[in-house]
Design a protein around this ligand. Structure first.
Ligand code: ZN
Length: 342
């Protein structure tokens, strides 16, 4: 029997918690759970220690909310069309938000910045992330234009309100420019501390390319918890974006450094997905996946298998993972990385 917290962490809220319950106790437990679950768009999970997470593969990157005495900090802001909902619920669940940190520039981690910036909350990112946000801000326009359809497909509590907000943002697009999407506060180096309500968050960029050229992790040391951004995909194929400077071998190196920042009790919030106890073994699993991927693709190249055949392959280490649709692009990116190096 897994605990409710584990069920919520490993799955996606109510459905997973229900599935984990013994059948005899179901009716009463369902009634209790339904009373406990507020009508929120996102599946907020109480992690204890003034920490909340949104582990939610269908709405972009996972979020971590850390509450101080009178202020709070949020990690990642999801897609543009749901940024307003994320902001509203983060403020309901917690305290007045002071900071929203972007782990990297991808739109499912920064798109909501537009709502947070409008509300006067400090959005924080590495300078290399800011450059990519400002250079690629058309991606936010495209996501916003598709926002009503995206929200409409989710079927969640408060959906009417979120649909309305997505529509209002789309209607307002012509009044926005790139600075509305960018961070309002830049990291002053590759490491920076932020204090909020008597608590501290440590931001760290490892100075080289991995998932992107601007990956930043966020640690709350007093609670020994780490948000890895997209350096870790748990139970999912990792997303490879050559336009963002992805390198499998760089990624492995950064993950080894990240692993060294953890002890056996460190709680790990991955960029996407969640699995098991949510500890440093997720980092080990990601290293393992990337090492096997590099080895496997190298073997294909050595055997003279062309790229278009190699991307069709699947190996045992890939079995059972979600995000199957991005498996071929992972193979293709590593194929090109290894070929270019020769
Ligand atoms: Zn990403």
């Amino acid at each position: 029997m897994i605990t409710r917290r584990e069920a919520l962490l490993t799955g996606c809220g109510l459905a997973a918690a229900l599935a984990a319950m013994p059948s005899r106790a179901s009716a009463a437990a369902v009634a209790r759970l339904l009373r406990d679950e507020p009508a929120r768009f996102f599946p907020w999970t109480d992690l204890g220690d003034g920490l909340w997470a949104v582990i939610d593969p269908d709405t972009g990157g996972n979020c971590l909310l850390a509450l101080g005495s009178d202020e709070a900090l949020l990690v990642d802001t999801k897609f543009p069309s749901i940024g307003q909902a994320l902001l509203r619920e983060a403020q309901e669940v917690g305290k007045k938000l002071r900071y929203a940190v972007n782990t990297h520039h991808h739109a499912d981690h920064t798109g909501g910045n537009v709502a947070f910036n409008a509300a006067g909350i400090e959005t924080v990112a590495h300078p290399k992330a800011e450059k990519r946000i400002l250079d690629n801000w058309q991606q936010f326009i495209q996501h916003t234009a598709r926002g009503v359809g995206f929200v409409g497909g989710l079927k969640r509590p408060t959906q009417d309100q979120v649909l309305r907000e997505a529509g209002e943002l789309a209607d307002n697009l012509r009044h926005l420019d790139e600075t509305d999407w960018g961070p309002t506060l830049l990291m002053t180096g590759d490491e920076m501390e932020l204090t909020f309500g008597g608590r501290t968050a440590q931001l760290k960029h490892f100075g080289r390319n991995a998932h992107t050229d601007n990956d930043t992790v966020v640690r709350i040391p007093d609670a020994n918890i780490l948000h890895t951004g997209d350096l870790v995909f748990a139970g999912l194929h990792p997303f490879f974006d050559p336009s963002a400077g992805v390198t499998a071998r760089g990624w492995i190196g950064v993950l080894r450094e990240l692993r060294a920042m953890c002890d056996a009790d460190t709680r790990v919030i991955p960029g996407h997905g969640q699995r098991g106890k949510g500890d440093r073994s997720l980092i080990d699993d990601q290293i393992e996946y990337l090492e096997r991927l590099v080895e496997s693709v190298q073997a294909e190249i050595e055997q003279g298998v062309p790229l278009d055949e190699a991307v069709q392959k699947s190996w045992p280490f890939m079995e059972g993972l979600g995000f199957e649709q991005i498996r071929p692009r992972a193979i293709a990116a590593v194929y090109k990385e290894l070929s270019d190096a020769d």
